[in-house]
Design a protein around this ligand. Structure first.
Ligand SMILES: [Zn+2]
Length: 344
């Protein structure tokens, strides 16, 4: 209901010229829209999780709208320097991708290149070295693939429970049990992968095919190196995709991440993105200590000169956002409209 009402309102605002007025305003010119993406589907990932994955068609449509609306897509570091110097061109946008899944290499990057748009990729490095699907993510995907089945947990975690996987709640419960099982045993990555493989077998999902397509895998160092050489800006997202509340552990995450990225690209990254959008005031001095220049969150908004450079808002673009809602973000109008709660 809210969505229909909002679409209609946006349609009226667009047709009456308000979009044009706001997008050409001084208010918008002093602001930077940082777009955030995760994955562009290799297969059906966007049907499983539309907040993390988008089809290549929808993503291509977004890039087309950037062009049609006359947006200036800037490299992130350049955009931030110009934001704080009050020197942004009209309708400034920066494009960021989180995590660095393999689909960036085969799906997102070719589209970005077609439009000649620069992008920053916040790379988490642990899984980049082991060419296996990310454990917790792939388990969730497998359970969704088998949502018409019943899982006997005895063969996975040893528990005496048969679960009908048809509801989100049931699958979430199974996920909790699998993660607890793996945590309690402190399973190393290869054993976690064996566990995911045996779950797939139980659910009659073809794990070999998933591995072959590299669904939910991260890019390997050689691929990252190639993209960096071609101009993709590779930046920090922690080594193990986590932000410990302990200073030493937090700094180690950044250090490990930075070293791995340096090994792959020959460059030393200094821009950071909070994994899963989780941030705390305590992190800010630690980021400064680590020589970080900026940090982006998953909070909705356009960045302005008054934004804390370590708490920069972004638009987490999701499959459910309609083209007109996306355009309303490009103009800046959405800052003033109600919206649904933030995805991850
Ligand atoms: Zn992430």
């Amino acid at each position: 209901m809210l969505k229909t009402f909002k679409q209609a309102t946006l349609g009226t605002l667009k047709n009456s010229g308000v979009f044009k007025l706001v997008q050409s305003s001084g208010w918008r010119r002093r602001r930077l829209l940082i777009l955030a993406y995760h994955g562009i589907s290799l297969a059906d990932e966007h049907l499983w999780d539309g907040s993390q994955f988008m089809s290549p068609e929808v993503f291509g449509g977004r890039l087309d709208l950037l062009r049609k609306n006359g947006c200036t897509v800037l490299p992130l570091a350049d955009a931030l320097a110009r934001l704080y110097a009050d020197d942004l061109p009209e309708r400034s946008v920066a494009i960021t991708f989180d995590d660095g899944t393999y689909d960036f290499y085969t799906k997102a990057y070719p589209l970005l290149k077609e439009f000649d748009y620069p992008a920053t990729l916040y790379l988490t490095t642990f899984y980049s070295q082991i060419n296996r699907p990310v454990f917790n993510v792939v388990c969730s995907y497998l359970l969704w693939k088998a949502r018409e089945k019943v899982l006997d947990l005895k063969f996975v975690t040893g528990q005496d429970a048969r679960i009908n996987l048809s509801t989100d709640e049931a699958r979430a419960w199974v996920m909790t049990e699998i993660l607890r099982f793996a945590d309690e045993r402190k399973l190393p990555a290869d054993e976690k992968d064996s566990l995911a493989a045996s779950l797939a077998e139980r659910l009659s999902v073809d794990y070999g095919e998933l591995r072959e397509k590299r669904i939910l895998h991260l890019m390997q160092p050689g691929e990252v190196k190639e993209l960096a050489a071609d101009g993709v800006d590779i930046q920090l997202h922690t080594h193990r995709h986590r932000t410990p509340m302990n200073r030493e552990l937090f700094l180690r995450e950044i250090e490990d991440n930075r070293n791995k990225i340096h090994e792959m690209t020959g460059k030393s990254p200094s821009h950071f993105c909070y994994p899963s959008g989780v941030w705390d005031r305590a992190f800010l001095p630690w980021l400064e200590e680590a020589g970080i220049e900026s940090a982006t969150t998953c909070e909705f908004g356009l960045a302005s000169r008054s934004s804390n450079p370590f708490l920069l808002p972004r638009l987490i673009d999701v499959s459910a956002l309609s083209p007109i809602e996306f355009e309303s973000w490009l103009t800046g109008i959405s800052m003033a409209l109600p919206r649904r709660s933030t995805p991850r």
